[in-house]
Design a binder for this molecule. Structure first.
Ligand code: OGA
Ligand code: NI
Length: 342
């Protein structure tokens, strides 16, 4: 179904029909709860065993957590947010030069999720970039606003380090060597989605992003500091993850669910819209190398007295990624296609 960019700069007064979800598939915003005990991990702690323990609890229970004192300065974050806002406030003519709905394009501005596959569209525009190795892609990146390349390359380099630190914590929290994930994931790719959700005339009828899990290894999300919209599914109930100043939201992607043999979950999440304010988020996705083989860590299922078996068959990330983009978002968990018992 055809869809066009919605970040026109003009307020929409009605929701076009192609965004309206059937009654059985609406956000039911009044039923969303607040999470009282959502984990917030202070990465500056010198107590490593505490950090490892907090990471384990957060990943096993929620698959999501926030981190503070992560090492990326407020200036770098503020610059990233400003340049993203500037980008989406450019003229339609300027933006359409970057428009594409072909998911194989390494740099593209698009809308909704996968417009060629979906029946109902989502109230989101997004700029997708490959960020690593940067020299391979930076020439494709937008050259407007003029500071874009400099700001985004600095931000993406620093966020990569945060991700690597967290992968070490996650490895340790599974009882594995600190560099276990680093080795298994190979030379990790890094993608960015700059998500822009304009004010929406009817937030009860549509999504910014419908429920999905992230197909990659680890996601580092920068949320707009003032506008809420991210929600996660825990025990069948939707909860809001409200922004915390200067924190990143971290979540486990499908690949870490596979490598942890399901001990950690790649949790369903979604973004909802609001009538008042545009919302911006910047998702950085760390991705295994294409040829990296995803295989549940042996020590998590091989113990002699253990009844546990690998839940997922071995696959390469390239195989998984192709499967992911061949689907629509609101289908079953993509990992279900890789189970050993089907
Ligand atoms: C994503 C995502 C959530 C948000 O880009 O994968 O889940 O709050 N974004 O924008
Ligand atoms: Ni996501």
């Amino acid at each position: 179904m055809a869809a066009k960019l919605i970040s026109t700069g003009l307020r929409h007064t009605t929701l076009p029909g192609n965004y309206v979800r059937p009654i059985s598939d609406r956000p039911r915003l009044s039923e969303v709860s607040q999470l009282e005990d959502f984990p917030l991990i202070d990465l500056s702690s010198s107590d490593r065993s505490l950090l490892v323990q907090q990471t384990h609890q957060a990943c096993a229970r929620f698959g999501f957590f926030q981190v503070t004192n992560h090492g990326v300065s407020k200036q770098v974050i503020d610059d990233m947010v400003s340049v993203a806002h500037e980008f989406f406030s450019m003229s339609m003519e300027e933006k359409m030069k970057l428009y594409s709905d072909d998911p194989t394009r390494t740099t593209r501005l698009s809308t909704s999720f996968n417009v060629k596959k979906e029946e109902v569209n989502n109230w989101r525009d997004y700029l997708r970039l490959h960020c690593y190795p940067i020299h391979k892609y930076v020439h494709e990146w937008p050259s407007k606003p003029p500071s874009f390349k400099e700001v985004v390359s600095k931000y993406s380099r620093e966020v990569r380090e945060v991700g690597f630190n967290i992968e070490e914590l996650i490895s340790e929290s599974l009882g594995l060597e600190k560099d276990y994930l680093k080795k298994v994931l190979g030379e990790q790719g890094q993608h960015m989605a700059v998500n822009y959700y304009p004010p929406c005339p009817e937030p009860e009828l549509t999504y910014g992003l419908p429920a999905h899990t992230d197909p990659n290894a680890l996601t580092i999300l920068l949320q707009d500091s003032t506008v809420c919209g991210l929600q996660i599914l825990i025990d069948g109930q939707w909860f809001a993850v409200n922004p915390h100043p200067n924190a990143f939201v971290i979540n486990i992607g499908d690949q870490l669910q596979a490598l942890s043999n399901g001990v950690y979950k790649s949790v369903w999440h979604r973004a909802v819209t609001n009538t008042e304010n545009p919302r911006l988020s910047v998702a950085s996705f760390l991705c295994p190398a294409d040829c990296a083989v995803m295989s549940p860590a042996k020590s998590l299922w091989e113990a002699e007295d253990s009844e546990t078996k690998p839940i997922y068959r071995d696959f390469t990330y390239a195989e998984y990624y192709k499967k992911f983009w061949s689907r629509n978002l609101d289908q079953e968990h993509c990992l279900e296609n890789f189970r050993t018992d089907v």
